[in-house]
Ligand binder design. Structure first.
Ligand SMILES: *Cc1c(COP(=O)(O)O)cnc(C)c1O
Length: 366
């Protein structure tokens, strides 16, 4: 296991032979959307049993040669993180709680039998990636630089055991405002598939979880829904989360429920931040199981007034309608709720330096 003593390690900076010309870059970041435009650089660090973490580089974003027997291609030893760099009103670039991503990355690494990366090295790699590509910050309102740190097994070996070689990379992708004029409420499909089972990898941010969610997502899209809601594997009754976002339920009596971190849902950093902000707003937040039948009954009676999903990419997304083989209901008026909007605004204001940051969540970069 890596320790803090391994860090800091020296980073080598490789000059980019042909950076994107400024006019072309400007065209690409004008309407970046999500996940399709990439910057010029990447950070990479290698791990092996002899050297631990070594060969740290900031260099050109380029293809990675992979031996066909690389174990990630066969047994999916891969984990990732997702966070954003924001530009504050004073022009400074900032990260939001990156040490939480570092900690969660290591929790995922443990579950996938991969080496841990010292938290300060993770954060330094992210900082260096952003510094190398800060000209790629999209000039659009609500824009950000989406940062994707990830690690995968590179050993050439077809036997089944934890690999002995890994690569850690950080790449960046300019992102527009997920929803230009306020988030519209989404329609969700209650899947018969399950995303995670007790004892499985549901709490780890690993590619494998996403691979397993693609068929249910395809099914939801085919039925004209926007997202999938997953229920628990054992009873198929308790609401867990969407494929990549955590859920909150808001009631007419000032209480709010979110499913507990029981090991089958991903511990979202947005989730954690919103619990804190909601409590500051005077809401009683409970981390407690909530069933699909209760959700429908409470929506019908009016006791449930809002439901929203949250995650780094879209921040907060209202849920308007719910459908499944045995369920069909509308939440409130089916549009975005007031508390949802208020909590989102509070979080976004802190992230972008427009509001005070009493919890020390914002890490300035320059
Ligand atoms: C990343 C992720 C989330 C949201 O986590 P944030 O830290 O808030 O971005 C929720 N669910 C799943 C399955 C995820 O992979």
């Amino acid at each position: 296991m890596a320790t803090l003593a391994d860090s800091p390690i020296a980073f080598e900076t490789l000059a980019h032979p042909a950076p994107t010309p400024a006019n072309e870059r400007a065209a690409r970041i004008a309407e970046p959307g999500f996940g399709t435009v990439f910057t010029d650089h990447m950070v990479s660090i290698d791990w092996d049993e002899v050297h631990g973490w070594h060969n740290a580089k900031v260099g050109p974003l380029e293809a990675i040669p992979l031996h066909p027997a690389s174990s990630v291609l066969h047994y999916a030893q891969e984990i990732f993180e997702g966070l954003k760099a924001y530009r504050l009103d004073d022009g400074t670039m900032a990260l939001f709680r990156p040490e939480e991503n570092a900690r969660r990355f290591n929790a995922s690494a443990q579950r996938l039998a991969m080496p841990e990366l010292p938290e300060d090295l993770f954060v330094e790699a992210v900082r260096r990636a952003v510094a190398a590509d800060k000209d790629w910050f999209p000039p659009v309102d609500g824009g950000s630089l989406y940062i994707r740190p990830f690690m995968f097994a590179t050993e050439h070996f077809l036997g089944v055991r934890p690999a002995k070689n890994y690569k850690f990379l950080v790449i960046c992708s300019p992102a527009g405002n997920y929803f230009k004029s306020g988030a519209p409420a989404v329609s969700v499909w209650v899947s018969d598939y399950t995303r995670a089972a007790p004892g499985g990898t549901g709490a780890a941010k690993c590619g494998g979880n996403y691979a397993a969610s693609l068929v249910p997502t395809k099914e939801a899209f085919a039925l004209h829904h926007d997202q999938t809601v997953f229920l628990d594997a054992a009873e198929h009754k308790w609401i867990e989360e969407l494929g990549g976002m955590n859920l909150f339920f808001v009631f007419d009596d000032g209480t709010m429920i979110t499913p507990p971190l029981s090991g089958t849902i991903l511990p979202g950093i947005t989730r954690d931040s919103l619990i804190t902000l909601a409590r500051e707003e005077g809401l009683a937040v409970r981390e407690e199981r909530y069933s699909i039948d209760q959700w429908q009954a409470d929506a019908a009676s009016g006791h449930l007034v809002e439901t929203f999903a949250c995650g780094t990419a879209a921040v907060v997304t209202p849920v308007g309608t719910v459908a499944g083989r045995e369920h069909n209901f509308t939440i409130g008026t089916g549009g975005p709720g007031q508390l949802t909007g208020r909590l989102k605004q509070r979080l976004v204001d802190i992230q972008r330096g427009k509001a005070a940051d009493p919890h020390g969540w914002v890490m300035k970069l320059d």
